[in-house]
Structure formats: structure tokens, C-alpha cells
Design a binder for this molecule. Structure first.
Ligand code: CTP
Ligand code: MG
Length: 230
């Protein structure tokens, strides 16, 4: 009988948070009495099907999350690279995953992932040949701008989705997708698409937004993201 597939989470947390502009990388900023990284790891730890949760930190990051605070499945590797894709590729090498095992890549900067939506992703993608990602249909009318900030065109939003994470792929496909040059790769799905494959879109949730700017942090705090009592 073949071995059951394993599910691992890989959390890129090696960015500097330049757009947020704080003195520390944003994953270490306080959010509702805890640090954002803890909130994100708690959200992942709620899923019993994850057998391990690997956090990729930057080798130049002198902060280290305090030991003992985490679920026993959480481990850290200071192997992050210059881009998010570099960090994910380096983290993949640290995972003891067979080609058919699943890897769920989830941004450290998305503390608002709910257990229900994480479970929905795994349920929807667990039998898929390719893999998939959380995403939301674009609700606003979309404009294309020129360099002067004037509208060039209104883009048909009918088939547009905004990608979130986790993005869930088999380790073998992900390794292949990230083996070459990472130029232009902003998420795992775009790398998998380059292989000619079509990831499955699974409906995410608005609260699973990425904390990018200072105002996103305020919103996350106001929503008490990651708090079980919210
Ligand atoms: N990330 C990473 N390694 C990098 C760049 C980003 O692991 N070289 C991680 C970030 O820590 C974050 C996630 O990828 O959890 C999403 O990236 P982003 O929101 O762009 O975070 P930062 O790169 O830290 O922020 P900024 O782009 O504003 O500097
Ligand atoms: Mg970045």
C-alpha cells in the first residue's frame, strides 16, 4: 500500500517589510498583543492534517522567535534569500517531502487565515493532480493606468481573481517550478503556470489579506485577526 501523503506548511518570513516602513520586519510587529508571526503560525497550527510547519527566516535577521511558544510541529530555518521565491525554494530543500507530498506555502504576513478556509483549501485540492490556491474574485472595477496616473483602460474583471495564500502544490511540482530563474515569479502558482499547468482557484476570504502597508496593520488589529475570541 502506498504511503499516505503528508501535508507540510512552508512559511516565508525572510522579508524586510520595506513598504510598511517599520524599524523591524513586519512579521515581528505587534498585533493584538502578540507578534504577527505568532498569529500566523497559530492559524496554521489549528489544522491537524499539517505534519510540519517550516518557517524560513533571513540569515541576516538577528531576531529569533522565542522558543517554547510554538506548536511542536513548528521549526525554523535561516535560509531565506533575496526574493520571496528564493526563500520558498530554499525552504523546500529543508523539507523532508516526497514528490507526491503536499506543500502549503503561506505568507507570514497573512495572520487572518481562518481554520475553516484552510480546511476548505485542503479539502478542495487534496485529490487534484496539479494543486491550487486561495483567491478572491475581484469585486471592484479595475483600471489600467499610465505613468501619469491617468486611466488608459477599464479592464474586464469578469474572470479576474486576486491570489492569496496558502498556495498548495505537490513538492515535486513545486521543486520543478522553482528550479530555474525566479525573475517575475511573485507566487508559487505563477511558477507552476510556467510549467504549463493550471492551478485550481479556491475561494479565500477577505480577512486573509496580506499586511503590506501600515494601514493594513491597523486594519488587522481592528479586526483582531488571528484571535480565537474575535
Ligand atoms: N519574504 C521572504 N523572503 C523575501 C521576501 C519576502 O520570505 N526575500 C516573505 C515575507 O516575509 C512575507 C511574504 O514573503 O511573509 C510576502 O512578502 P511581502 O509582503 O512582499 O513582504 P516583505 O518583502 O517583507 O515586504 P516589502 O515587499 O514591503 O519589503
Ligand atoms: Mg516583498
Amino acid at each position: 500500500m502506498p504511503m499516505a501523503e503528508r501535508y507540510s506548511a512552508l512559511v516565508p518570513a525572510a522579508g524586510g517589510g520595506s513598504r510598511l516602513g517599520a524599524v523591524v520586519p513586519k512579521q515581528y510587529l505587534e498585533l493584538a498583543g502578540d507578534c504577527m508571526l505568532h498569529r500566523t503560525l497559530d492559524a496554521l497550527s489549528a489544522e491537524p492534517r499539517l505534519s510540519d510547519i517550516l518557517v524560513v527566516l533571513s540569515p541576516t535577521d538577528t531576531r529569533r522567535p522565542p522558543a517554547g511558544r510554538f506548536d511542536r510541529r513548528v521549526r525554523f530555518a535561516a535560509v531565506g534569500g533575496a526574493t520571496r521565491a528564493d526563500s520558498v525554494a530554499a525552504g523546500l530543500e529543508q523539507l523532508d517531502a516526497n514528490d507526491s507530498d503536499w506543500v502549503l506555502v503561506h505568507d507570514a504576513a497573512r495572520p487572518g487565515l481562518s481554520a475553516a478556509v484552510l480546511a476548505r483549501l485542503i479539502d478542495a485540492v487534496g485529490d487534484d493532480a496539479v494543486g491550487g490556491l486561495l483567491a478572491l474574485p475581484v469585486a471592484d472595477t479595475v483600471k489600467r493606468a499610465d505613468a501619469a496616473g491617468r486611466v488608459v483602460a477599464t479592464v474586464d474583471r469578469e474572470s479576474l481573481w486576486a491570489a492569496q495564500t496558502p498556495q498548495m502544490f505537490r513538492a515535486g511540482i513545486l521543486r520543478r517550478a522553482l528550479a530555474g530563474d525566479h525573475t517575475g515569479i511573485t507566487d508559487e502558482a505563477s511558477a507552476v503556470e510556467r510549467l504549463g499547468l493550471q492551478p485550481l482557484l479556491v475561494r479565500g476570504e477577505p480577512g486573509n489579506f496580506k499586511v503590506t502597508l501600515a494601514e493594513d496593520l491597523q486594519l488587522a488589529a481592528a479586526l483582531r485577526l488571528g484571535r480565537e475570541d474575535r
